[in-house]
Design a binder for this molecule. Structure first.
Ligand code: ZN
Ligand code: ZN
Length: 245
C-alpha cells in the first residue's frame, strides 16, 4: 500500500511538473491566461493575488493576531519566552486557502513565489537573520517528497535577500495532523517534537505556510532557543481563524 501511494505521489509530482511546461500559461486559481512578467511566468494572476485578504489592524504586538482596541490577546499569553513576534500576511480563506493547498499537497512549488511576495512587507526582520523553515517528520517528508515550508522559505529568502538554514531545526518526533485538535491538544501534540542545532547566538525567523494557534512555532522556537539562538521571530503566509477567538 505504501509503495503504491509512493508511486502515486511520484506520478502526481511528475504530472504537475509536466503540466507547467505543456499547458499554456494560465492562472492556477482562476484558469485565466497570464503572460510573462518581470517575475517570469507567474503561476497565480494579479487579480487572484489581489483577492487575498490582508490581516486587519490593529494586531497583537506579539503574535500578530488582529485584535480589537483595548481587548487583550488570548492567543499568545502562554507562549514560551523563546518565541518573540509572529506575523502573517493574509487570512486563510478563498484563494489563499487554495494556494496553500496547491503548495502543500499538489506539488506546485511555484506557488511559493507569489506567497512570498505577499509576505514581503511583514515585520519583524533585520539584517543578519537566518530564515528557518518548519521541518516535516522524516516519514511525512518521504511520502510527500518535499517540505512546503522549505520552498516558501527559499522563495522568501530570495524576496528579502536573506539566507535560509534548514539544518538548524529537525523534527525528531512524528506528530499526528493537527487539523481537528483543540489549542491545548495541539500544544501537547507538538511538545518536544523539534531539536535545534548550530544556532549559536544567531537570530532566526521561522517560516511556515499557515498559523493556526502558534503551537508548532512555539515548540520550534523552544528547540532553537535550547540550541543557542539569540532571538526567534516567525512569519507565515496565511492565518486561520482562531478556534478560541
Ligand atoms: Zn487568477
Ligand atoms: Zn497575541
Amino acid at each position: 500500500m505504501r509503495q503504491l501511494s509512493k508511486r502515486f505521489a511520484l506520478l502526481r509530482d511528475l504530472g504537475g511538473r509536466l503540466e507547467r511546461f505543456l499547458l499554456p500559461a494560465a492562472c492556477l486559481l482562476c484558469g485565466e491566461g497570464i503572460g510573462a512578467s518581470v517575475e517570469g511566468r507567474p503561476i497565480i494572476c494579479g487579480l487572484c493575488r489581489n483577492r487575498w485578504t490582508p490581516l486587519p489592524h490593529p494586531l497583537c504586538s506579539r503574535c500578530g493576531q488582529p485584535v480589537g482596541y483595548d481587548i487583550p490577546c488570548r492567543i499568545c499569553t502562554d507562549w514560551p519566552v523563546a518565541l518573540g513576534r509572529v506575523r502573517s500576511a493574509v487570512w486563510l480563506d478563498g484563494g489563499a486557502r487554495q494556494a496553500t493547498h496547491f503548495l502543500k499537497y499538489e506539488g506546485w512549488w511555484g506557488v511559493a513565489r507569489p506567497m512570498a511576495v505577499a509576505m514581503r512587507g511583514l515585520t519583524p526582520l533585520t539584517e543578519g537573520v537566518f530564515l528557518v523553515p518548519i521541518p516535516l517528520g522524516r516519514r511525512r517528508q518521504r511520502s510527500r517528497g518535499y517540505n512546503q515550508s522549505e520552498h516558501l522559505a527559499r522563495a522568501l529568502g530570495e524576496v528579502w535577500g536573506l539566507p535560509i538554514r534548514p539544518t538548524m531545526l529537525r523534527r525528531i518526533r512524528e506528530t499526528p495532523t493537527q487539523t481537528a485538535l483543540t489549542p491545548e491538544a495541539r500544544r501537547a501534540n507538538v511538545a518536544e517534537a523539534f531539536a535545534g542545532a548550530g544556532a549559536n547566538g544567531d537570530a532566526c525567523v521561522l517560516v511556515d505556510d499557515v498559523f493556526t494557534t502558534g503551537a508548532t512555532l512555539a515548540a520550534a522556537a523552544a528547540a532553537l532557543s535550547a540550541a543557542g539562538a539569540s532571538r526567534i521571530d516567525a512569519v507565515t503566509f496565511a492565518r486561520a481563524p482562531h478556534p478560541v477567538a
